[in-house]
Design a protein around this ligand. Structure first.
Ligand SMILES: Nc1ncnc2c1ncn2[C@@H]1O[C@H](COP(=O)(O)OP(=O)(O)OP(=O)(O)O)[C@@H](O)[C@H]1O
Ligand SMILES: O=C(O)c1ccc[n+]([C@@H]2O[C@H](COP(=O)([O-])O)[C@@H](O)[C@H]2O)c1
Length: 190
């Protein structure tokens, strides 16, 4: 599952857990973006902060791991590169790329979109506020999954943290503490 994870929240974790259970996946690899291509005009926390929050959030689940491939690759982050690097690390794996309804809606605008279907099977999960449509995408390339609806976004978590409002129970406890300890999102003006 790729994401900017600024910060990672329970919507991400539930989607990943549900996809793993329904598709019988051995492992879910969370891949924080290095430089997200569609967020170049947005202030994004450092890759190391986002990576560490993702590690903290996933540490207790033996099936969840975190990959640095996108963080360690220079330049903008493109999924075609993510999938190439994950394939190199796991030559025999069946790769599934988990995305929310908002992300899958834009997938045809991603770099080398026509190549993506050969590199992984896409799993499009439901997300409150975003109709899930896979029209125009290769039928055998995408599976749609209904997951428990959590109306949580990283944008809302950042705004809350910036305004001194609670993010408890929207993000894992360790992530609440990480945000406070490092003063993330202070002075954010969005
Ligand atoms: N509440 C949610 N339910 C299901 N999927 C989600 C949810 N939140 C995010 N996702 C999916 O997780 C992936 C990574 O999301 P991302 O890190 O951009 O979080 P976000 O909450 O969308 O962030 P932002 O508000 O900053 O855009 C995307 O595919 C996104 O669609
Ligand atoms: O490959 C692309 O062109 C591309 C464009 C936008 C987003 N993505 C990927 O989609 C995932 C979610 O991205 P984001 O920006 O919504 O956090 C993440 O893994 C990104 O690398 C990929």
């Amino acid at each position: 599952m790729g994401g900017t994870f600024d910060p990672i929240h329970h919507g991400h974790l539930v989607a990943a857990s549900e996809a793993a259970a329904l598709l019988d996946l051995d492992e879910v690899v969370f891949v924080p973006t290095g430089k997200p291509t569609f967020k170049q005009d947005t202030r994004v926390s450092s890759a190391e902060d986002r990576y560490l929050m993702t590690v903290i959030a996933t540490a207790s689940n033996p099936r969840f791991t975190v990959s640095r491939v996108d963080i360690d690759r220079p330049g903008l982050t493109y999924t075609v590169d993510t999938l190439r690097d994950l394939r190199t690390a796991r030559p025999d794996a069946d790769l599934y790329f988990i995305t929310g309804a908002d992300a899958i809606e834009q997938i045809l605008t991603w770099k080398d979109a026509d190549e993506l279907w050969r590199k992984a099977h896409f799993v499009a999960v439901t997300r409150p506020g975003h109709p899930l449509t896979v029209e125009g995408l290769p039928r055998d390339g995408v599976t749609t999954l209904e997951v428990p609806a959590l109306a949580i976004s990283s944008t809302d978590c950042r705004r809350r943290a910036a305004a001194g409002q609670p993010v408890w129970y929207l993000v894992p406890d360790g992530v609440v503490q990480y945000i406070a300890k490092h003063g993330l999102y202070r002075g954010l003006d969005e």
